[in-house]
Design a protein around this ligand. Structure first.
Ligand code: SF4
Length: 319
């Protein structure tokens, strides 16, 4: 059995815009996820984390690099070849409003993957999976014959999670699963995912746009900036010793509840706007916004290297 359920090596995803322009959505991103662990992938909107997720699940055909799912190279598999492997890898989408088919009942939404993967032969057999799954995600069997529009945002996301988990996948890609939910509901959904992980030992790739959201779910955190991974380390380490100036900026933007601590905190955030991924800056892509930029930063792109055991960063400050 492979130690890593997912290995992503030098993943690159470019999109053509007309005849000349190319969007550099993901450039040379590498990481792996161990069985039963959660990797939190963080960065501003437009940094490429969702493109990365969609390339991994093969909604897109990667431009370059390799994706190994449980040791099997799926990078260039056809959809037909991928079909049996999809049971191992499922996705929870950001928007619980548009990701559920409005014309299907909750029962049919959850039964669909069971039928598609021939786990059951008919809807009656599917009920033996659908009812326990509904209860597992905090809904009841009475909800089975309702339609998505009859639910709140939090309940819809629970249905989306039930659909992803019903096949007992080994990896679930959660693409900003709580961003569209009320703050009061976010913790409930995170707890649900975490409890299920402890019970079943599955792994998550958990995508979020701010570091506070991944803090309580991640074992490892990766920070992306303009299509590239700039820092990767254990979750505790990234909050206690952030190395990359971009990570430091993201952390300083997290609101602090304690007024005394808030006063001590440096005024936060990352100055300036994210440059266009069509024409990313030369050298270090963060140099146009970095308070520590040196002349080399606009000329030479820093490589990811280990600055401390288990802590990699792409920044000339640590050369
Ligand atoms: Fe800042 Fe230079 Fe490090 Fe980039 S390489 S983050 S510009 S110091």
């Amino acid at each position: 059995m492979n130690e890593n359920i997912l290995e992503v090596e030098h993943l690159t995803q470019h999109f053509r815009l007309g005849r000349k322009e190319v969007v550099h959505a993901v450039d040379d991103v590498s990481f792996c996820i161990r069985r039963g662990q959660t990797l939190g992938l963080v960065g501003e909107s437009g940094c490429g984390k969702s493109s990365c997720a969609r390339s991994i699940i093969r909604v897109y055909d990667p431009t370059g690099g390799t994706i190994l799912l449980d040791g099997t190279d799926i990078t260039h598999m056809s959809q037909k070849q991928l079909q049996p492997l999809r049971r191992k890898m499922q996705m929870v989408f950001q928007d619980p409003y548009s990701s559920l088919n409005a014309r299907m009942t909750v029962r049919d939404i959850i039964a669909e993957p069971l039928l598609a993967h021939h786990v059951v032969k008919n809807r009656e057999q599917a009920n033996s999976f659908v009812y326990p799954m509904l209860e597992r995600v905090g809904l009841t069997r009475e909800h089975a014959d309702r339609y998505a529009h009859e639910f709140s945002g939090g309940q819809r996301q629970r249905v989306g999670i039930a659909r992803a988990l019903v096949l007992q996948p080994e990896l679930v890609i959660c693409d900003e699963p709580i961003s569209a939910l009320d703050v009061s509901i976010q913790a409930q959904v995170v707890n649900l995912l975490r409890d299920y992980q402890q019970e079943k030992g599955l792994a998550y790739l958990f995508i979020a746009h701010d570091l506070s959201m991944v803090r309580y779910v991640s074992d490892v955190v990766g920070v992306m900036y303009l299509g590239q991974l700039v820092e990767l380390c254990g979750a505790e380490e990234i909050y206690s010793h952030p190395l990359h100036p971009y990570t430091q900026g993201l952390l300083s933007a997290i609101p602090v509840a304690n007024p005394a601590l808030a006063r001590q905190k440096k005024s936060g955030g990352v100055a300036g706007d994210l440059p266009s991924p069509v024409t990313p800056p030369a050298g270090c892509r963060f140099h146009t916004r970095c308070p520590f930029a040196k002349p080399i930063c606009s000329q030479e792109a820093p490589c990811m290297k280990e600055a401390a055991p288990g802590h990699s960063v792409a920044c000339h400050l640590y050369d």
